[in-house]
Design a protein around this ligand. Structure first.
Ligand SMILES: [Cu+2]
Length: 194
């Protein structure tokens, strides 16, 4: 890499750190795992952020029907997902509405404070394709959801994360996030062993 490019990359990285996890950083982050997104999708993501910011407050989320689901999810010791809160009504249908995420994901900080980091869009496989016709994966934000069959106590379910309130160097839609962890000494689910 040329020196100028390296300096530029360092400056971009620094400005992301200074700005924090806002939409500008999301659109500018360009991690290897994030596909080029059309302007229309970026605007939609911006709208979703604006319309859902109240869920930074966990009590507000609980009042809106989001219930704690199991414990904090991680993948080995270097990648986390977080603590999910799932809205059973939204998760029970076959509709994907960008403004109505089926699950909210919080990072439990060591002092117990839950920090909203991501949304997760979910459709159960038996709702999406009840006749098992091999229907194509559902999509949201132009991204296909991934079929997950290894979640404890859960039938096969299509899912997609959106790291809307936290930077994810692995991509805006990646499953796990190396910047997120589950607090040591508290119960968690290691998905790398499942
Ligand atoms: Cu998740």
């Amino acid at each position: 890499m040329k020196l100028r490019k390296m300096v530029l990359a360092a400056l971009v990285g620094l400005s992301l750190l200074l700005r924090g996890p806002n939409l500008a950083s999301v659109s500018a982050q360009g991690p290897t795992g994030t596909p080029e997104l059309p302007d229309k999708t970026m605007r939609l993501i911006d709208d979703v952020r604006g319309a859902t910011a109240q869920f930074r407050d966990l009590d507000t989320a609980k009042k809106a029907g989001y219930d704690k689901f199991l414990t904090c999810f991680r993948y080995g010791d270097n990648r986390g997902m977080g603590q999910h809160y799932v809205n059973g009504t939204l998760a029970g249908d076959d509709v994907l509405d960008p403004m109505k995420p089926e699950a909210l994901v919080y990072e439990p900080r060591a002092d117990g404070t839950p920090i909203l980091v991501a949304f997760e869009y979910l459709v159960f496989a038996d709702k999406w394709d009840p006749q098992k016709t091999g229907r194509a994966a559902p999509t949201v934000f132009g991204q296909p959801l991934m079929l997950m069959t290894n979640i404890p106590d859960t039938p096969p379910v299509w899912g997609l994360h959106l790291w809307l309130f936290s930077y994810n160097p692995e991509g805006l839609f990646a499953m796990f996030n190396p910047t997120i962890s589950c607090p040591a000494g508290t119960p968690s689910i290691d998905m790398s062993t499942r």
